[in-house]
Design a binder for this molecule. Structure first.
Ligand SMILES: Nc1nc2c(c(=O)[nH]1)N[C@H]1C(S)=C(S)[C@@H](COP(=O)(O)O)O[C@H]1N2
Ligand SMILES: [Mo]
Length: 332
């Protein structure tokens, strides 16, 4: 196995789609959040040329923004040539059990979910525990585009142009202590707005996920705040969610409100629900079948037939060093 430290990763490969969006993301985010509460008027913009910050246009008309959704990705494919999924696909075919177990029901049930105010508590084994507002996140961290494949453990995938920033940037701010070995991510509990959290449910809430600290520090791991150059919609985990592209989708917790550094491996929601089917790692691995189905192929949403699933979802060069010496059959 070739060892590549994060600092050696070639920018061309990893950040092919990199596009700085700091000024735009903040403005767009607040504009659309307001629009969702009944704003009017319309303005939009042409896509920014590559390498130039996107125009800081305030989009106050949501339908207008959606009509231009496709314009806000800087590329039409990922670095492997896979076409981006359309905005409508990414926002209407979702796993978000807090709203519904039915993929097409998540968007309508979540569209009025309250996004502001939103605070993220960062706690545990850190020198500088703090609570950061969503607005301060946008102000303080450079938002950039990352076109990633998302591979669900169920055997389907999409190519999604996220907007966000490295998890490591936020962790560096709070200074993990020497004892910290893991990061636990906790999703919001708000049963009054999340029908899936009312009454009996198949999984326990809050939805919890975790990473080893070195996995979280890998530059591919991001917090997403947007998609197609616009703020996330609730169905995709607005306003703030994790994205770990080399792992099955369930690792990428949505609508996160708490980040805790610990010295013990977090027990994730899916480990609790079915420990024989879902492990802590959840690395995409075509060689290890789910107990109930093969993981060797996947259906790209919008395409016919199936394509081969790639080890680490196609990101092996960037992340395989994290698992050197580990038995990947055992640690699924
Ligand atoms: N809080 C929470 N996060 C979640 C889930 C969920 O049910 N609740 N589903 C996961 C699963 S199984 C997948 S495949 C991805 C789907 O992300 P998307 O709908 O943005 O494509 O979200 C993940 N994050
Ligand atoms: Mo998933």
């Amino acid at each position: 196995m070739i060892k590549i430290s994060p600092s050696e990763i070639t920018p061309e490969h990893m950040f092919l789609s990199r596009r700085k969006l700091m000024a735009a993301a903040g403005t767009l985010a607040m504009g659309t959040a307001l629009a969702a509460c009944g704003g009017g008027g319309a303005s939009s913009a042409e896509p920014a040329p590559e390498g130039v910050a996107a125009p800081s246009t305030v989009i106050t008309d949501l339908p207008e923004a959606l009509a231009h959704a496709e314009a806000y990705a800087s590329q039409t494919t990922d670095e492997l040539g896979g076409a981006l999924n359309r905005y409508e696909q990414i926002t209407n075919y979702n796993n978000f059990y807090e709203f519904s177990m039915e993929k097409e029901a998540v968007a309508p049930l979540s569209k009025d979910f309250t996004l502001l105010p939103w605070n993220i508590e960062i706690t545990g084994m850190v020198n500088k525990p703090q609570t950061i507002s969503y607005e301060d996140i946008l102000k303080n961290f450079l938002q950039e585009e990352r076109i990633y494949r998302l591979r669900c453990v169920e055997g389907w995938s999409m190519v999604i142009p996220w907007v966000g920033f490295p998890v490591g940037d936020l962790l560096k701010l709070v200074e993990p202590t020497a004892e910290a070995k893991f990061v636990q991510f906790t999703t919001i509990v708000r049963p009054e707005e999340m029908p899936g959290q009312q009454g009996r449910s198949f999984i326990e809430y809050p939805y919890i996920e975790g990473l080893r600290l070195d996995e979280a520090m890998n530059p591919l791991a991001i917090f997403a705040t947007g998609m197609y150059g616009k703020p996330l919609v609730p169905a995709n985990g607005a306003p703030f969610r994790l994205i770990v592209p080399w792992k099955y989708g369930f690792k990428s917790g949505k609508s996160i409100v708490k980040i805790e550094l610990t010295d013990t491996m977090p027990v994730s929601t899916w480990m609790k629900a079915a420990s024989n089917e879902y492990g802590f790692y959840g690395n995409v691995n075509p060689a290890v079948s789910h107990p109930r189905w093969s993981q060797s192929t996947e259906r790209r949403i919008g395409e016919n037939g199936r394509r081969d699933t790639l080890p680490f979802n196609g990101y092996a060069d960037e992340v395989a060093y994290l698992y050197e010496g580990m038995d990947l059959q055992e640690n699924f």
